[in-house]
Write a protein that binds this ligand. Structure first.
Ligand SMILES: [Zn+2]
Length: 73
């Protein structure tokens, strides 16, 4: 995957894509949020996100990798 600004999309070193960063549960639905401490991305289950809203930012202001789809020519 390639990002426009790769340094803005680093995941926390302890983050795991199929576990919640906070409670380490293998949740069915994980959300990618930015942890304010360190500004790294982590995966959170909805419950932890709600319980720690002040520690995380929803970061969906910029597109993820892949870029714009090529117009059909
Ligand atoms: Zn959790």
């Amino acid at each position: 995957m390639k990002y426009d600004d790769e340094k803005s999309y680093l995941f926390h070193e302890k983050d795991h894509p199929d576990r919640c960063f906070a409670c380490a549960q293998n949740a069915e639905r994980l959300m990618i949020v930015r942890r304010i401490a360190g500004m790294m991305l982590v995966h959170l289950c909805p419950e932890c996100l709600l319980n720690h809203l002040e520690e995380y930012l929803l970061d969906n202001t910029r597109p993820w990798g892949g870029g714009p789809t090529n117009p059909a020519s």
